[in-house]
Design a protein around this ligand. Structure first.
Ligand code: OAD
Length: 231
């Protein structure tokens, strides 16, 4: 029974109304990474960083999963082998679309993390510099998001899944951020067939055995139907 490992990025949520990072008018055209997505930026100006993630939390909680998220959930439900979803996204839309087990390597917006004692709890819609950790009572709440310079979550389990992959699909990511960008090489080394599904070729397009280009809501359901053998 074949094992499918899927990596997703911001492009899968674009048609749910959530901005990507590196497209024209993307988030990184409007905000400086070093201000809102690094531990140093948070230490310098926690209010600015909280405001950035508060706004993203609000947008994400209002967003609905699209046909691509739902197709991957269908794949998980119908494929006889294991289907592992690894996402760089922090929006929670895979679960809202019915996916059962998702590895959130860059964290999630609806989780808060205590910078002092590492306790995690469900984030309120708005956090600020005075938000107290419910465990140690210190005002050290931060978004439970992996920032540049920090280690992505669950890497040991993720590499173990990649090492066992028969089919690897990269969906809606520009393949510019490591370690996720290198997953295709891990999967290839494990002997997996590799496929890129994206609006346009990513920077690592030549590393994939197969490529499909178009909006995720069109190409992902088509691909899923092929994999599960439906017309
Ligand atoms: P990017 O913004 O870098 O790339 C989004 C990709 O999605 C691009 O290749 C687009 O062509 C593609 N895309 C856009 N609209 C699409 C659509 N409707 N259907 C299919 N594809 C579409 O986003 P990521 O690759 O996810 O990390 O970025 C990776 C990481 O960089 C993020 O997780 C974030 C960011 O900095 C952190 O914040 C730690």
């Amino acid at each position: 029974m074949s094992k499918i490992v899927i990596l997703t990025g911001a492009g899968i949520s674009a048609e749910s109304g959530l901005g990507t990072f590196r497209d024209e008018n993307g988030l990184w055209a409007q905000h400086r990474i070093e201000d809102v997505a690094t531990p140093e930026g948070f230490a310098r100006n926690p209010d600015l960083v909280h405001a950035f993630y508060n706004a993203r939390r609000q947008q994400s909680s209002a967003a609905q999963p699209n046909a691509a998220h739902m197709a991957l959930a269908q794949l998980q439900a119908q494929h006889p082998g294991e289907v592992v979803i690894i996402t760089q996204n922090v929006d929670g839309l895979h679960e809202k679309g019915g996916a059962s087990k998702v590895w959130h390597m860059h964290g999630v917006l609806d989780s808060a993390l205590c910078a002092a004692c590492s306790h995690r709890w469900h984030a309120a819609e708005d956090m600020h510099r005075r938000t107290l950790c419910p465990s140690c009572q210190r005002p050290a709440a931060r978004p439970d998001i992996v920032w540049f310079g920090e280690m992505p979550y669950d890497m040991e389990q993720i590499y173990a899944h990649l090492a066992g992959a028969d089919l690897f699909a990269s969906i809606g990511t520009s393949s510019q951020v490591y370690p996720a960008a290198a997953f295709v090489h891990e999967a290839q080394a494990a002997g997996a067939h590799t496929v890129e599904l994206n609006l346009e070729p990513s920077s690592l397009v030549s590393s994939f055995a197969e490529t499909r280009f178009g909006p995720a809501t069109v190409i992902v359901p088509q691909w899923v139907n092929e994999v599960i053998g439906q017309p």
